[in-house]
Design a protein around this ligand. Structure first.
Ligand SMILES: [Zn+2]
Length: 379
């Protein structure tokens, strides 16, 4: 895509879509890509690096679509697209609940209990009980649980009915040959469909019955295509998906969860704490550069191996704060020095100032006076 502006425009559209539908940014980017006939955002940027670019008209079409979706936000569609205001309150056998929908899923919250219904009809209702309510929760009563899930399912029915209204009839009702139409991607009717996520091969009847979610991995309708074009024909073959037998009723799954934040200290957390302490130990711009360049390796026992870059962090300098942090975490620090080329010539310039901007100025001046500054900004 020669025209970088187009990619920028598409990113803005995706951002807007992510916000209005409360979806992660990457999901929205993939959505925008599929609307341009590309399977996902990665594929789109790859093609863009070559010579491909969507036309202004195509982009405008996606912009109009996203505009339409976000304009539903405050309309009576609230329950379909979700939102903080779209909450229904009620009581089930004297127990209060709040019911809402977000991105096709339904959430029901009571005191110390939560029910989550997924848009994918094959996922069982997820019931969670907060630990302090484990013994006393009304959800321990199977009758009450069934009644509560029943209420959540009713809302799910309404949402689905609204969604199906916008789908072509052929998406949910296979013809005599078992052919179905994708609910919103432009493709020919087919009796064989393929899941981008698990490479599953799905019959038209199966995908229609499962409301266009992959019966194998649960991927959403935008991941279902009429051709497995992402597979190399001779290397991988799509496999028929396995579907639970008709008779297997989908029972709710109840789990008790401990909502308190839990710390299982990992290497990454230790690394960040130590790096943070090193910045505190740095007393000038040069040493801050040293703190940033230091290699921090954390082993299986969470002991820390620090390698300082000799030009920026003086060999004799002790990382006191880092040692204090390590002591609190109950781990050891091992210190080491490495010699690599300095990031910039005259690394000592940073020792005379606290300010990074001042150091940058000194460094640029020194290059201007005693060296050369490349001016090819495109490289
Ligand atoms: Zn799948």
């Amino acid at each position: 895509m020669k025209d970088n502006e187009k990619l920028k425009r598409l990113k803005i559209v995706a951002k807007r879509h992510a916000r209005s539908t409360a979806q992660p940014q990457h999901v929205a980017l993939d959505f925008v890509a599929t609307k341009l006939g590309v399977p996902n955002w990665n594929a789109l940027t790859t093609r863009a690096k070559r010579d491909w670019a969507p036309s202004d008209a195509e982009i405008a079409k996606v912009e109009a679509l996203v505009e339409k979706v976000s304009s539903f936000k405050d309309a009576e569609f609230d329950h379909v697209f979700g939102g903080p205001e779209a909450v229904t309150e009620g009581e089930v056998q004297g127990h209060r609940y709040a019911l809402k929908t977000m991105c096709g899923d339904v959430y029901m919250d009571g005191e110390g209990w939560h029910i989550h219904l997924h848009e994918n009809p094959l996922v069982p209702p997820q019931v969670t009980i907060d630990l302090p309510h484990a013994l006393t929760s009304p959800m321990n009563n199977p009758k009450l649980l069934a009644e509560a899930t029943g209420i959540a399912k009713e809302l799910m029915q309404t949402i689905k009915a609204r969604r199906f209204e916008n789908w072509p009839r052929r998406a949910t009702k296979p013809n005599a040959e078992g052919k179905v139409r994708h609910p919103f991607l432009k493709m020919a009717d087919s009796d064989r469909w393929y899941c981008l996520h698990c490479n599953g091969e799905i019959t038209g009847v199966q995908i229609a019955k499962n409301q266009w979610h992959c019966p194998g991995c649960g991927a959403s309708p935008i991941n279902i295509f009429d051709q497995p074009f992402w597979l190399h024909p001779h290397e991988e073959k799509p496999m028929a998906v396995q579907i639970p037998a008709e008779s297997e009723a989908i029972e709710p799954v109840v789990t008790v969860i401990d909502q308190r934040p839990r710390l299982d200290l990992n290497k990454d957390q230790v690394k960040h704490l130590i790096r943070c302490a090193l910045f505190e130990d740095a007393t000038n711009a040069s040493e801050r550069m040293g703190a940033s360049l230091a290699e921090i390796h954390v082993d299986e026992d969470l002991d820390v191996f620090l390698s300082f870059e000799d030009h920026y962090w003086p060999e004799e300098k002790e990382p006191h704060s880092a040692r204090e942090v390590a002591a609190l975490l109950g781990v050891e620090i091992f210190k080491d020095v490495m010699w690599t080329d300095p990031l910039f010539a005259w690394p000592g310039l940073g020792t005379v100032t606290q300010s990074t901007a001042e150091y940058t100025r000194l460094m640029l001046d020194a290059y201007r006076q005693h060296g050369v500054i490349g001016d090819d900004k495109d490289e």
